[in-house]
Design a protein around this ligand. Structure first.
Ligand SMILES: [Mn+2]
Length: 170
């Protein structure tokens, strides 16, 4: 049986290696095909844990944008950049025929969703998870992987065929 393609969406991991490790284990078990990090990665040393992602994901299917707290851009690009395609403010992706917009934070998400240009819009920053549909656009904030502010470490897995988005709490 052929499995539908799956997209993992994570954000605001803020160096919590323990939670990143748990998330990577779940993402590997779920056999995700693509992974997006919506920013606030912080230290380049997180590569140690992210490099345990399934080969398929870390060989060209891991994407990220910088958040407002990402300071060491040089080493993030040098270290994490080995397995993650990093963009500065925003990324526009085409994954399995789905158009995806990624930004750590934006004030025009609603307008962008209403434009109908994207199938998925993924953001972070607020640390609060939120999954909603605006017309035909799936708007996702996976919440905080670090769990520091809300006490809940969360992320999202999207089935790219059914466009069903599942919130996972670690
Ligand atoms: Mn943050």
């Amino acid at each position: 049986m052929f499995d539908n393609l799956k997209l993992g969406v994570i954000s605001d991991s803020h160096d919590n290696l323990n939670m990143i490790k748990k998330a990577v284990n779940i993402l590997n078990k779920e056999k995700i095909d693509f992974l997006i990090h919506c920013g606030d990665i912080i230290s380049p040393f997180v590569i140690r844990v992210f490099e345990n992602l399934n080969e398929n994901v870390k060989n060209g299917n891991f994407f990220g944008v910088f958040g407002n707290n990402d300071g060491d851009l040089l080493y993030l690009i040098e270290k994490l950049g080995k397995i993650c395609k990093l963009s500065s403010n925003e990324a526009i992706l085409d994954l399995a025929g789905k158009k995806i917009y990624v930004s750590h934070h934006s004030k025009v998400i609603k307008s962008l969703a209403k434009s109908g240009e994207f199938d998925i819009i993924a953001t972070g920053h607020t640390h609060d998870h939120n999954i909603k549909k605006i017309n035909n656009t799936l708007v996702i904030n996976p919440g905080e992987l670090c769990g520091y502010l809300t006490g809940k470490a969360t992320f999202v897995i999207v089935d790219l065929e059914t466009m069903d988005a599942r919130l996972i709490e670690i």
